[in-house]
Design a protein around this ligand. Structure first.
Ligand SMILES: Cc1ncc(COP(=O)(O)O)c(C=O)c1O
Length: 386
């Protein structure tokens, strides 16, 4: 068997040690990295450098603390050992192929990005200069605002209905040939409400005849009927629609940063060309590990449902109104200033979202660890003075 000494090997001190050993006629073991850097000597960071700060019930960012799935962690461990190398094309393609297969589209129609936020920012930069981004007044607007800050987009916000639903008819009425993009979020954040298939799909189809329609489906796996509600089938039928998804929510990998879009192949290419980074190997591996892990998705969903039932039971007991959520957060009307609720909760080491726009009496609480949600439920009566 021939043995190729790689250039990398020759450039390292290990090669030098091996050569020196041979020259002396002594059997010298090649110094391993572990010998050079004994693991015992490495400093372990403060355990709360990442994750939830010590003692804090983190219920403000819609994360899934039950992740990452063991199937993802196994791949992260493997990928960490190969971290010296750029992500292989094979790994990137494997993830793309898996997403394409599951969604019934061609691999060219998939763009994988560093979190769905990157794709959404790219989309805002691509379409913003051609005309306003027409969107509901309340939606996950971070990426549209990013393009606005760069003077690359304007947002035309359409008020919600009296029930805090997205006003699809109102949005449709605004759409013309000079619209840059329509952006919807289904289920919506922060309301948690879902536009059902029979409402969203006909409207999206009609609007897509005039302009590109983006449907942010970050929470779709948490909806009662994810497949029926998703707008991916409109893309399969050739409509000018982009769907974005993420590994940050049901897959519990917000810090790992993987998201993707499904669209026409032409649009996917534009998104890839505009995105500013390329997939880290650890994230790509993690996503490959858990994408088809239905058992983990079901487990996470059961935890979210359990937590949501605890929260809504507490709100019912207190007589506080809330929106029927199909997500891992609940938007409720406390009757108090949202920022005061946030502060009072923080005094008890419980983190919830502060005020959105002028919705000053509404608070969004995320479904975290069951014991953390329990703390929230126990604190709420005191916080709202019940
Ligand atoms: C509706 C929605 N879309 C997209 C994102 C961005 O998620 P990520 O960039 O982690 O995929 C979020 C984050 O909270 C969100 O709520």
């Amino acid at each position: 068997m021939t043995f190729n000494l790689s250039r990398r090997f020759l450039l390292t001190g290990a090669a030098g040690a091996a050569v020196a050993g041979c020259a002396n006629g002594v059997q010298t073991a090649v110094a391993s990295t572990e010998e050079a850097f004994p693991p015992e000597a490495l400093a372990v960071p403060d355990p709360y450098l990442l994750g939830a700060p010590e003692g804090v019930a983190l219920l403000s960012r819609n994360e899934n603390p039950y992740g990452p799935a063991p199937s993802a962690l196994k791949m992260i461990e493997y990928a960490a050992g190969e971290g010296a190398y750029y992500t292989s094309r094979g790994a990137s393609q494997m993830l793309i192929d898996m997403i394409a297969e599951k969604n019934g589209v061609a691999p060219e129609q998939v763009a994988v990005t560093t979190g769905s936020g990157e794709a959404l920012s790219a989309i805002a930069l691509i379409y913003g200069p051609s005309g306003p981004i027409v969107a509901p007044r309340l939606f996950w607007d971070t990426t549209a605002l990013y393009a606005k800050r760069l003077d690359m987009a304007e947002i035309d916000r359409v008020p919600l209905t009296a029930d805090m639903e997205i006003d699809l008819a109102g949005i449709e009425a605004k759409v013309s040939d000079s619209t840059g993009l329509v952006q919807l979020c289904n289920p919506n954040n922060p309301t948690g409400l879902v536009l059902p298939a029979d409402m969203i799909k006909p409207a999206v189809k009609r609007m897509a005849a005039k302009t590109t329609v983006l449907v942010d489906e970050a929470y779709i796996e948490l909806a009662d009927d994810p497949e029926g509600t998703s707008c991916v089938d409109l893309i399969q039928q050739g409509h000018d629609v982009i769907v974005s998804r993420t590994f940050s929510k049901i897959y519990g990998m917000a810090g790992v940063r993987v998201g993707y879009t499904i669209s026409s192949a032409e649009t996917a290419e534009k998104i890839r060309n505009t995105a500013m980074s390329w997939g880290p190997s650890l994230s790509t591996a993690a996503a490959i590990g858990c994408y088809n892990d239905q058992a983990f998705v079901d487990y996470s969903l059961s935890k979210v449902v359990e937590a949501r039932e605890m929260v809504t039971a507490t709100l019912d007991e207190l007589g506080l109104s809330y929106l029927p959520s199909q997500t891992n957060f609940v938007y409720f009307k406390s009757g108090m200033e949202a920022n005061d609720v946030q502060k009072a909760m923080m005094d008890r080491m419980i983190s919830v979202r502060g005020q959105y726009m002028d919705y000053n009496e509404w608070t969004r609480v995320s479904m975290g660890m069951i014991e953390d949600v329990e703390r929230f439920c126990n604190a709420l009566p005191e916080v709202v003075g019940a």
